[in-house]
Design a protein around this ligand. Structure first.
Ligand SMILES: [Mn+2]
Length: 430
């Protein structure tokens, strides 16, 4: 028995107001697409089958290293975070799984937590370990690194934490462990660049050995921050080399903000897939660095091009095709629920547009070295407004045609502001 946080009557009432306009727009788009041989209902089916996970930490306000500005009604624990994630899923119908983070989301009974999530219409996605900050009572500090630390006992502590995350994940129904380490240096000479990678690989192999048969270990690279001179898994090259050394269950995770400026991320996606190492994504957007801005808010075309490569990858599977999709954003100035509703819609739009690319025309133009027509095959798809397809998929699944309107009318946040205790002030990179 599911108990969803938003009134079903509210959603139905607002959908009834928008239904005629949506049918009109959907029929019009259907006629337009049919002229190029595309069946809109087939695209609708693809969109209905698409999903992206939301991060538990994304339900709270993020911040910069300078400050965090909480809003009334923010979640203060995993139970409240799940409730907020249930709002996102209930209205948007594209985010049925939550990616938890430990120890932030620790509880005493994970079986009960899994049941609680199911009651809210949610499951669990990749489990995230945290060895980039110290916890109260922790024996060895991560100030000088975790999996790549000089000190063997510190490395073992980080290994043990990751294995504990796997054990929790098994109880929650997860099958992926995402490993990102803050390890690195701020000064030339601070650590030996070769030996620090050796230490990382040795420690990571102990985590790898603890993976159940059907699990994957997703390695997340990041060029800088918190280490500003070098990071141990700095780029997709380091990531794929580590994944290849660890074994077939180790894959690379691409966080869109974890690259040098102007890097061709869609090409990285194609490369990782070519070698069977594309594990998944952390969707966000950036202007300057790891900004963790809302997906597609800065460069939606790049997001479309990433999905275009994913369509090509699915047509040419290497060692299977099962990338994990997750939002990883820091909502510093918006209501996190609104940002994730908007971002999930943008991500799904780019997925849908990539489905509309005339592959035969694209490939023929590529074969003929017809640059302009190859580009136009992509451009035509990118220019199509797929909003009616997404809205129809949502409505048919019980979601809201206008997600932000329904959310605001529900007054969910102000109700939670009455019930929940206030979040403290402080810095808050997430
Ligand atoms: Mn990330």
């Amino acid at each position: 028995m599911t108990q969803l946080p938003i009134s079903a009557d509210l959603i139905a009432t607002r959908n009834a107001v928008h239904a005629d306009a949506l049918e009109d727009d959907y029929a019009s788009l259907g006629r337009k697409l049919s002229r190029t041989g595309i069946d809109i209902d087939a695209i609708l089916d693809r969109v209905a089958g698409f999903s992206v996970a939301v991060p538990s930490w994304g339900a709270g306000r993020g911040g910069t290293r300078f400050a965090k500005f909480p809003i009334p009604g923010e979640p203060t624990n995993i139970h409240e975070k799940l409730e907020d994630c249930a709002v996102i899923q209930q209205l948007g119908r594209v985010t049925p799984r939550v990616s938890p983070h430990f120890p932030w989301d620790k509880v005493s009974d994970y079986k009960a937590l899994r049941e609680e999530a199911a009651t809210l219409g949610l499951g669990f996605d990749a489990v995230n370990s945290n060895t980039f900050q110290d916890q109260p009572g922790q024996v060895h500090t991560y100030a000088n690194g975790s999996l790549a630390a000089q000190d063997a006992a510190t490395r073992q502590q980080a290994v043990d934490h990751n294995i504990e995350c796997i054990e929790i994940g098994v109880q929650l129904g997860s099958t992926d462990l995402t490993v990102w380490v803050g390890d690195g240096t701020n000064f030339p000479g601070q650590q030996d660049l070769g030996r620090s990678l050796d230490r990382y690989l040795e420690a990571a192999s102990k985590i790898y050995a603890a993976l159940p048969d059907d699990w994957r270990m997703l390695l997340e690279h990041k060029m800088f921050e918190p280490a500003f001179y070098s990071t141990v898994i700095s780029d997709w090259g380091s990531s794929i080399l580590a994944a290849q050394e660890l074994g077939p269950k180790a894959k690379c995770l691409v966080d869109l903000g974890h690259h040098a400026p102007n890097v061709n991320i869609e090409q990285i996606v194609a490369r990782l897939h070519r070698f069977g190492k594309l594990g998944g994504f952390h969707f966000n957007d950036s202007k300057y660095g790891d900004d963790d801005l809302d997906s597609g808010s800065i460069n939606p075309h790049q997001l479309f091009l990433v999905f275009n490569e994913l369509v090509e990858a699915e047509l040419n599977p290497q060692d299977g095709f099962n990338p994990s999709y997750m939002i990883d954003q820091s909502h510093n100035v918006t209501d996190p629920i609104e940002s994730m509703l908007s971002s999930a819609e943008t991500i799904t739009q780019c997925f849908a547009k990539a489905q509309l690319v005339d592959r035969a025309a694209l490939h023929a133009a590529q074969e003929a070295n017809d640059t302009m027509m190859a580009f136009q095959a992509l451009r035509r798809a990118y220019n199509i407004d797929v909003a009616p397809i997404l809205a129809k998929a949502r409505a048919e699944a019980g979601g809201a045609i206008d997600v932000l309107e329904a959310y605001r009318l529900s007054q969910y946040r102000s109700r939670k502001a009455q019930e929940r205790k206030a979040v403290g002030l402080g810095a808050g990179i997430v």
